[in-house]
Design a protein around this ligand. Structure first.
Ligand code: CP
Ligand code: NVA
Length: 320
């Protein structure tokens, strides 16, 4: 029996489901054509209200490799961008496409799309969450640490703007994975209590834990993986002046990385601003795995789409 599932935020999948998707991602890493669920080709609509390089390329090429046709629609070229109601656009696209992927602003917008859609909806980044990125980041850990089982019990640290989409996604996805998640940022740029509480509730069931702190050293000490992100997210460009100063203590530099485990990985969702949230010595250094991380967007999202379609069709063969 088929089941319509969406990926709007990282905790839309449970521990076992997240593992299943990541295992599938490992299969796609080994064989780009492991499954081709959109053979036909069946269309997948990929909509952008914000700029993108990695998400656009990985979904476009990924859908094509899954046998499908990626229909990429930018805000500037769509009626949605001129104010057509989300509901109306969704009613149309859901009758044509086999999945809907959307990068937009408020989380409430993609939630509205998912209420109307009769096909899986995937969050390709909102102001609140970036679940596809964190699936790729966890796949990268699996790649370098001997498989998906390595994630459970691991300590990850995220430094910088801890009120943004990446911080929220690490909190939720890390909790789902059973990780010890540490998030450090300055006062005024810490995650909402509601997200922290959700993450803590999940961590209590998976053996993980959550630490939110203003102390960057406490966060990175003995961590297995260190993450950061831009201090100025898309849509916040008018806040450059106010946003640079408070984040300097959270810059990921060699001194801070030295507090993590000696073999700790460094990841960044990109685009990166060298000399701001991370130094060139770290992002271009031996512990950085950012290019594998970017490549893993392709494999992780193909796994996610295949898994969602497998669920909807009730086709167990697509889940492995
Ligand atoms: N990391 C990421 O989502 O990159 P893009 O903004 O280039 O898609
Ligand atoms: N926090 C960043 C992530 C970019 C992939 C932003 O939203 O702009």
């Amino acid at each position: 029996m088929g089941q319509l599932r969406h990926m709007l935020r990282d905790d839309d999948v449970n521990h076992d489901e997240q593992k299943q998707i990541l295992e599938l991602g490992m299969k796609f890493r080994e064989n780009r054509f492991h499954h081709r669920p959109f053979e036909g080709p069946q269309g997948v609509a990929v909509l952008f209200d914000k700029p993108s390089t990695r998400t656009r390329s990985s979904f476009s090429i990924g859908v094509a490799e899954l046998g499908g046709y990626p229909l990429v629609i930018d805000k500037s070229g769509s009626q949605l961008g001129r104010g057509e109601p989300i509901r109306d656009t969704t009613e149309v696209l859901t009758r044509m496409a086999y999945a809907l992927v959307w990068r937009t602003f408020e989380q409430s917008r993609i939630e509205e799309m998912a209420r109307v859609a009769t096909v899986p909806v995937v969050n390709a980044l909102t102001d609140e969450f970036h679940p596809c990125q964190v699936l790729a980041d966890f796949l990268t850990i699996a790649q370098f640490r001997g498989g998906v089982d390595a994630l459970e019990g691991m300590t990850i640290a995220y430094l910088g703007d801890s009120a943004n989409n990446m911080a929220n996604s690490y909190l939720l996805a890390g909790a789902v994975a059973g990780m010890h998640v540490r998030v450090a940022g300055p006062n005024g740029f810490l995650p909402d209590d509601a997200i922290v509480q959700d993450a803590e509730a999940i961590a209590a069931t998976t053996g993980g834990s959550i630490l939110v702190t203003t102390d960057p050293q406490e966060a990175v000490r003995d961590a297995d993986c260190v993450f950061t992100d831009t201090w100025v997210s898309m849509g916040e460009e008018d806040q450059y002046a106010v946003r640079s100063k408070p984040f300097w203590p959270y810059q990921v530099n060699e001194e801070l990385m030295a507090l993590a485990k000696p073999d700790a990985l460094f990841q960044h969702c990109l685009p990166a601003y060298r000399g701001k949230e991370v130094t060139a010595a770290v992002i271009d250094g031996p512990q950085s795995v950012v290019w594998d991380e970017a490549e893993n967007r392709l494999h992780a999202q193909k796994a996610l789409l295949t898994w969602l379609i497998g669920k909807q069709r009730g086709d167990e063969s697509l889940l492995v």
